[in-house]
Design a protein around this ligand. Structure first.
Ligand code: XUL
Ligand code: CO
Length: 433
């Protein structure tokens, strides 16, 4: 036991009227909704990088946090893991997620980095066997170190492609060993800074081949988790190839991977792409590639990907409505890709940020589940498209433009527009949130 969270109790559900800061008001893991425990619906995960590796820097200033595990030794990496699992226990978090670089010190050579990773993975494995928290997903950090500055799989230098392949292989092995439910690829540097020095075709071809190799390796080692691409339009690169869900789908189809790979969709990334979070979720669901979510929010004034904890029930409820409409999570879950602000120095800030976010998600999820159970919204949606159930409508899709034109003449069609009822549906929504 470390004493980092000394004096902080295990967080329990106390109900909406509780005034205890260290309690859940809405997240009751054992409450059954739609035939499933809330914990099993929401599948919350803590992001190792934000809570334990990030030092509090921003573009104008460096480290603000002083954590006893900061430093580059294996002993400190183990202390970090001890504290992480203490936090998972306090929260009752069922899952966590990490990058290779979050958990192990970088070695002088690739082989040393890999040995460090393997040693820590064994340590994390021991922790997992004596705690309830499991791995939602693992990923390789191929964006922080200077070797990745011009990309990983899309780097003009083939040696970097090789290094990226070796890094992903090592992290897929680690994820597999720890029983991870998914493996994520986020390509922060897979894009360009300027088209003046970029061979777009070759970079995208290399990214496609790389992803095929990842899928081939998954099958070779018998990893049963889902491979997930996390779309983001830009930041850090000026343009990233995995711009949004629809772009990723086109990319997957181009490389024959649309049945193999799904998306990990992040709130702030959707916003940067000019979409709402629910748009990205609905798009992924409609394409059959909704995998998992990175839950957070951006500061809408700064325009940056600020990775704040979610704080709005109406916004979060529409997102979970799309997840529920799609049938809920299978291997995916709700990863808090969110960090406390750099002024939030106290250990309690870390805990309470997650407590608040888990409560926001639980309230939102309950609202979404109630609206889905009510059925009015889905009935209205179905009614709007009911014309397509008729035989003559189905014939339109089977036939040609000629046949459609003949129908217009033969039936004397002169369609009368019908209300889209948006405000009425918004009023309906507002009865539930
Ligand atoms: C960056 C981001 C990453 C990925 C994992 O914006 O979201 O933390 O989730 O690499
Ligand atoms: Co993310």
């Amino acid at each position: 036991m470390t004493d980092f969270f000394k004096g902080i109790p295990q967080i329990k559900y106390e109900g909406p009227t509780s005034t205890n800061e260290f309690a859940f008001r809405h997240y009751n893991p054992d409450e059954v909704l739609m035939g499933k425990r809330m914990e099993d619906h929401l599948r919350f995960a803590v992001a190792y990088w934000h809570s334990f590796a990030w030092q509090g820097g921003d573009p104008f200033g460096g480290q603000t946090f002083e954590r006893p595990w900061f430093g580059d030794t294996m002993a400190l990496a183990k202390m970090k893991a001890d504290v992480a699992f203490e936090m998972f226990d306090i929260l009752g978090a069922p899952f966590y997620c990490f990058h290779d670089a979050d958990v192990r010190p970088e070695g002088a050579t690739f082989a040393q980095s890999k040995r460090n990773l393997e040693e820590i993975v064994d340590y994390l494995g021991q922790k997992q066997s004596s705690h309830k928290t499991k791995l939602l997903w693992g990923t390789a950090n191929m964006f922080s170190h200077r070797r990745w500055m011009s990309g990983a799989a899309t780097n003009p230098d083939p040696d970097v492609y090789a290094y990226a392949a070796a890094s992903v292989q090592a992290m897929m092995d680690a994820t597999h060993k720890l029983g991870g439910a998914n493996y994520v690829l986020w390509g922060g540097r897979e894009g360009y800074e300027t088209l003046l020095n970029t061979d777009l075709k070759s970079e995208r071809d290399h990214a496609g081949r790389f992803l095929q190799q990842v899928v081939e390796y998954k099958h070779k080692i018998g990893f049963k988790g889902t491979i997930l691409i996390e779309p983001k339009p830009q930041e850090p690169s000026k343009h990233q190839y995995d711009y949004d869900v629809a772009t990723v789908y086109g990319f997957l189809v181009q490389f024959g991977l649309e049945k193999e790979v799904k998306c990990n969709i992040e709130t702030g990334h959707a916003f940067l792409a000019g979409h709402s979070f629910e748009h990205e979720l609905a798009m992924a669901a409609s394409l059959g590639i909704l995998g998992s979510i990175d839950m957070n929010r951006n500061d809408l004034q700064s325009g940056w990907d600020t990775d704040q904890f979610p704080n709005s029930v109406p916004d979060t409820a529409v997102a979970y409505y799309e997840v529920l409409r799609a049938g809920g999570f299978t291997s995916g879950g709700t990863n808090f890709d969110a960090k406390v602000r750099r002024q939030s120095l106290d250990p309690a800030d870390l805990i309470l940020a997650h407590v608040g976010a888990m409560d926001i998600c639980a309230r939102s999820f309950k609202a979404a589940a109630a609206l889905l159970a009510d059925g009015s919204l889905e009935q209205a949606r179905t009614a709007r498209y009911a014309g397509w159930d008729k035989a003559e409508a189905k014939a339109l899709l089977k036939g040609s433009l000629d046949a459609a034109a003949a129908t217009v003449t033969a039936r004397g069609l002169n369609p009368e527009p019908r209300s889209g009822r948006q405000e009425r549906l918004e009023n309906l929504w507002n009865r539930f949130v």
